[in-house]
Design a protein around this ligand. Sequence first.
Ligand code: FAD
Length: 447
Amino acid sequence: MNDKHYDVVIVGAGIFGMATAYHLKKENAQLSMLVVDKAAQAGAGNTAQSAAMYRDTFSSEVNLLLSSTTRDFFKYVQNDLEIDLSLRDITYLWLMDRLQFEKNKNAIEIMLENKVRIEILDKSDIKQKIPSLVTDFDDNEEAQLLNLKNIDYGLLGYDCGELDADKITRDFYEAEFKKMGGESLYNTTVTKLILEPKGEKLGIPGEPVGWQEKKIGGALTSNGDTIKSDCFIIATGAWANELLLPIGVNCHTMPIKKYLFRVQHSKLANFLDNIHFNGENTIPFFIFPVHGIHLKPVKYNNSIWIGGGSLIGKPYIMTKPEEITLEDNPLDDTQANDRDYEFDRYLILSEYLPILKDVPLTNSWGGFYAMNTIDKNPVVFKPKGIKGLQVVASGSGSGIMKADAIGRIASALFNNEEYAELFGGSKFKVSRLGLEKRDVDKEDFVI
Ligand SMILES: Cc1cc2nc3c(=O)[nH]c(=O)nc-3n(C[C@H](O)[C@H](O)[C@H](O)COP(=O)(O)OP(=O)(O)OC[C@H]3O[C@@H](n4cnc5c(N)ncnc54)[C@H](O)[C@@H]3O)c2cc1C
């Protein structure tokens, strides 16, 4: 039983919750703060399930600012603070057919204007650098049945790569938060946010009723305790609706299941070894021209992680809060469906990369994108009409690569600042990621 009354309680110790905890405590050393998570440690939710890739190959100003400043901060942590994050610029290679390239020309122009370090490869460059990649399917009936697209161009992003999401979440954000006096409570599920009248309780049935001003009076936990705090910051990612919908708050987030498949074989060694792209002498992270299928090279153990794939026919999960029990929550399911590899990704990939034929599937896992249904960008807001509540959610499949900026914006919002200062000094108007004055420009670089 914890009787302490905190200034701030953050529910959710994923990368968003921990980046918020770190920046908020750093800005406000005097705050008493607690981070609560149902898992046994920080970063064990969808942060742990991710491929943990980062990129700056975006055309939208918001995407570019959030991702490039986050990457630069992570590099600062690794290079200047000397905390190993296993961060490596292995580069991204977006493979496109002629039509996709034409469609993306405007976005490419914008990237070049914004000094994003990219290079366009044509088909002969691609063939020369990656001889085992098949680029043309005009005479291949099977490939035509699979609706495969030819590879005519590649967009290579240089300042893009991978890091270890556990390390940034735990070894940096959590460790620093604790050094500053922040507390954590794991293996504890917040089961309900208690909505109360902001002023005196009047004893009316169903209090607080519509006209009463409201506040969050506490959070009930699976241990039977009530945590008390002046402010609750909800950073529960794909689970955000469970706590917010019952109190009438819509954070426009939809959980979408995503899988990663891992294949491994010594015969991949030659393919993974490549001198043309990065200092790691490996192939880039590939994005294929169909269904966003992507491939992450893991050279040290001759394996490849495969993600993406068509979402049509895959159910969205809208959990009904009253049906959720602690033992049986569909959003806790981390299983992948291996048939989706066997009858979908494998058939496609083994046409583009015949070297993958008969390479065994050695592992697979799943997780949920907390997908923002407005514009696929995070939401950082204080719900109107409820005192003591803030939401930091909707990583939308790019939460790792935007996390540091999101932590800074969440901290600025708590402090009622109009602008957050992102790493490197750029200013970001906090209301741009809110709901009322949201201002997220459209992303044009999509395949
Ligand atoms: C398969 C996959 C691949 C991905 N690849 C990438 C990638 O390459 N690059 C990238 O940038 N992003 C990627 N993402 C997205 C990225 O993982 C997320 O955007 C990011 O981790 C979101 O962080 P978060 O802190 O919001 O959520 P989470 O890490 O899920 O944290 C939420 C936390 O809340 C806790 N929690 C939930 N409910 C409660 C409750 N009631 N009480 C207490 N605790 C609770 C959970 O245990 C969890 O720890 C990927 C995601 C998936 C699923």
